[in-house]
Design a protein around this ligand. Sequence first.
Ligand code: IPM
Ligand code: MG
Length: 370
Amino acid sequence: MAANKRLLILPGDGIGPEVMREVRRIIDWMDRRRMVTFDVSDDLVGGAAIDARKTPIADSTMQAAKDADAILFGSVGGPKWDTLGFDLRPELAILRLRKELDIFANLRPAIVFDPLVNASTLKADVIKGLDLMIVRESTGGIYFGEPRGVETLPDGQKRGFDTETYTTNEIERVARVAFELARKRQNRLCSVEKANVMQSGLFWRQTVTALREREFPDVELSHMYADNCAMQLVRAPKQFDVIVTSNIFGDLLSDLASMLTGSLGMLPSATMGAVQASGKRHALYEPIHGSAPDIAGKGIANPLAQILSFAMLLRFSFSMDEDAALIEKACVNVLGTGLRTADIMGPGTARISTNVMGEAIVRELDKLAA
Ligand code: IPM
Ligand code: MG
């Protein structure tokens, strides 16, 4: 295979660098065993970049991200940087990447692997076999809407405000991604908003409905209020196939969905832009867990979400479906042997560290590829 796959790795803060190290192990393995050579570069983002360069993401890093064929992101943030002003938060790194690369469709799958049915806080029969996909809009809504700020009122009080806004195009392009995904799955899409209280929510609902009539009449479409969706995800998550929702609701619902799978430490994600005229499509892959500063540096973080994010990268950005499936299988098999990081421990399982999990997966890859 050609050696020109440009991969930019941005480990970030907290557990980011620790779990990313385990992905590097897999990249090295692929180098040796699958004869796929990536052109890998890495750079600082988040708090690490603030410390070194006084900015959450340098312009040169943004340029490298634009030039890369795919970006593997870790996580950013931590108490060390919590007191910085709003314009100098580590989180701005990921927000700027999403916005400037215009990667608007954030795909967050929640899949329950059989060996982990007992790791969830929910009853096994509620989640066994679960496979749902949340498509979260990621460049619009209240995350970026103007006006935003804090102002002083005539009576001396202050008033903080943010704005939820969505245009027709912003809704249609993310809904299109979701409809197309549904077609490849169970052909069911649930669109989630608060059409009962938000103007932008009602507009979202109407826009998705009209798009279906025009372009996707074959896909079954339902609508749900976001609060009800949160409840339904815990009550009966298997009713869902694909969910499409706004930036903020997607943020909340995907954290919720992650716990159906046993741990926040299990969920990968992919954030995709539109296919450009050149055929190139910007894409960034990241676990949905944060930097987890409370457990950083202890060697106990679960590297699976980062590793599964890399598998998504192989599949979506490089069409390396076979290699992606191999890595996913290795993860499931290792879980099947009862090896667990602390977050997914269950009765009769053995607790291992971040790097022992990485080693176990590489050993399993060796076996699978033999
Ligand atoms: C996520 C994270 C980010 C978000 C933070 C780190 C800005 O929670 O990717 O879900 O809110 O989008
Ligand atoms: Mg989040």
